[in-house]
Design a protein. Structure first.
Length: 399
C-alpha cells in the first residue's frame, strides 16, 4: 500500500457546515429503517437479529430521505451511523441530518463518517456516566472537522473502496456460510439425540424449583464484583461473561434472597431472545431481567443433559407454539414448567451429556476459529477504508 502525498489539496470542513438536523414526523406508512454498526442504514425487516420491537404508533418516527445521515445517538461511539440509500422512517431516538450542500459523493462520505478516526471522535464527544449510557448529541458532533477532497477524487476513492471491500466482503460471506453450516451440524447432532425418545415427564419434574427474576433493573455498580446476568449473557448454550451488569454485594444478596444460583443449575432466557440456556458459571451471579433459574434436582437430573434438551426441536417447538406465532416472543413460566421432556436414568443422562459436550466442543472450536478469521478480515477492511478516505493512499495507483 503506497503512502504518497495527497494528489490534490483537501479542504477542511466541520460537520455542522455540511449537515443540519431535521425532524419530519407523521409518515407512518413509510418503511421502518434501522441503523447497524456493520451495515449502516437498512430496512429493519431485512434483518432477523434485531429484537427491538417496533411500536404500533409510528407517528413520532422521523422521515429519512436518501442522502440523509442517520445517527444512533446511543451507539455512535460504536459506529452505528451512516448515509441512507433508502427512504423510510426511524426511531425518534435517532438523529436525522440532512446535507446542506450537494457536492459530495454519498459513498465516500458514508465511508469517511464510519471510519475508525471518526468513530474515535464520536466516543470522545459522547456524554454519559458509562459506555452503556453514552450519547452523542448534535451540538458536540457538529464541531468535528473532516477533510474532503474534490468531488472527482471522492468518486475515485469510493470506486476503489467498492472494488476492494467487495472482495473482502465476499470472503467474509463465505466464512459466515461456513459458520451456518457448522451450526446446522451442531443442531443436527443435538436433535439426533432427542428427536426419537418420547417425553416421559415435565420440565418441572427435573427441578427443585423454577425461579423467575425480580422484575426490576438491578442497581449498577461500576466497581461491583458480582454480575446480574441478562439475556445477552446467554447464547447457543454458552455463558458469555461481561455481557451482564456489574452489581455490588448488597444488590447480589437482595436479588438472591431465595438462594444464589449454584454451579450445576441452568440459566434460561424467557424473552428477547427467548429459549436460550446455559449452565450457571459460578456463584457470583444474580438474575437480571427476563432471566429464569432452573434449580436442578440432582437426584433425578443432570443439568447439562437438560441444557442440551432445551435446544432440541421438540422443546423449541413447544416454546414457539405456546407463543402463538412463528417467533418465540416470551416463554411464560407455566409453559416452561410444563414443557414435555425425556428423562432417562442418571447414567444415561451423563453418557449423553458427555457425548454432546465432547462433540459440540469440536464444532465450537471450528466456529471460533472462523469467527476470528472474520474479525481479522473486518479489521483489514476497516484499515483499508480509513487509509483511503483520509488520503493515506493514492487510489490512482490502485486502478
Amino acid at each position: 500500500m503506497s503512502t504518497t502525498a495527497l494528489p490534490e489539496p483537501w479542504t477542511t470542513a466541520r460537520l455542522g457546515w455540511l449537515f443540519q438536523p431535521v425532524s419530519d414526523r407523521g409518515h407512518e406508512d413509510e418503511m421502518v429503517l434501522s441503523v447497524y454498526r456493520d451495515h449502516g442504514v437498512i430496512p429493519k425487516d431485512s434483518r432477523t437479529d434485531n429484537f427491538n420491537r417496533t411500536p404500533e404508533n409510528l407517528s413520532n418516527y422521523q422521515l429519512v430521505q436518501p442522502g440523509d445521515l442517520v445517527v444512533n445517538r446511543m451507539k455512535a461511539w460504536q459506529g452505528s451511523l451512516g448515509i441512507s440509500e433508502h427512504q423510510g422512517i426511524v426511531s425518534p431516538d435517532y438523529e436525522v441530518l440532512r446535507p446542506t450542500v450537494p457536492e459530495y459523493d454519498r459513498r465516500f462520505l458514508h465511508s469517511l463518517l464510519r471510519s475508525r478516526a471518526l468513530i474515535d471522535q464520536y466516543a470522545l464527544r459522547s456524554t454519559g456516566i458509562r459506555p452503556s449510557q453514552w450519547r452523542l448529541y448534535w451540538n458536540e458532533m457538529k464541531a468535528i472537522e473532516i477533510s474532503l477532497p474534490a468531488a472527482e477524487q471522492q468518486r475515485a476513492i469510493a470506486d476503489y473502496l467498492d472494488r476492494e471491500t467487495a472482495r473482502i466482503d465476499t470472503l467474509i460471506e463465505e466464512q459466515q456460510r461456513l459458520i451456518e453450516m457448522l451450526r446446522e451440524r451442531r443442531h443436527s447432532l443435538v436433535d439426533g439425540v432427542f428427536g426419537g425418545p418420547a417425553p416421559n415427564v415435565r420440565l418441572q419434574n427435573a427441578c427443585i424449583d423454577v425461579v423467575d427474576c425480580p422484575h426490576t433493573t438491578p442497581e449498577v455498580s461500576d466497581d461491583g464484583e458480582y454480575e446480574a446476568v441478562r439475556t445477552a449473557s446467554v447464547r447457543n448454550g454458552k455463558y458469555r461473561p461481561g455481557n451482564g451488569l456489574p452489581v455490588d454485594a448488597d444488590t447480589w444478596k437482595a436479588r438472591n434472597a431465595a438462594g444464589a444460583p449454584t454451579v450445576g443449575d441452568v440459566l434460561f432466557t424467557r424473552e428477547a431472545p427467548a429459549g436460550e440456556a446455559c449452565m450457571v458459571p459460578n456463584d457470583r451471579i444474580c438474575l437480571g431481567q427476563r432471566m429464569v433459574l432452573l434449580r436442578i434436582d440432582h437426584t433425578v437430573c443432570v443439568g447439562a443433559f437438560l441444557l442440551w434438551q432445551i435446544y432440541s426441536d421438540r422443546v423449541q417447538g413447544h416454546f414457539r407454539l405456546s407463543a402463538n406465532g412463528s417467533t418465540v416472543a416470551n416463554v411464560r413460566l407455566p409453559v416452561l414448567r410444563t414443557t414435555p421432556i425425556w428423562l432417562p436414568d442418571l447414567t444415561e443422562q451423563r453418557r449423553i451429556a458427555t457425548y454432546l459436550d465432547e462433540q459440540t466442543a469440536k464444532i465450537d472450536n471450528l466456529i471460533t476459529e472462523t469467527e476470528q478469521f472474520i474479525e481479522l478480515s473486518k479489521e483489514r477492511r476497516s484499515a483499508l477504508i480509513t487509509a483511503a478516505v483520509t488520503g493515506q493512499v493514492d487510489v490512482r495507483e490502485m486502478a
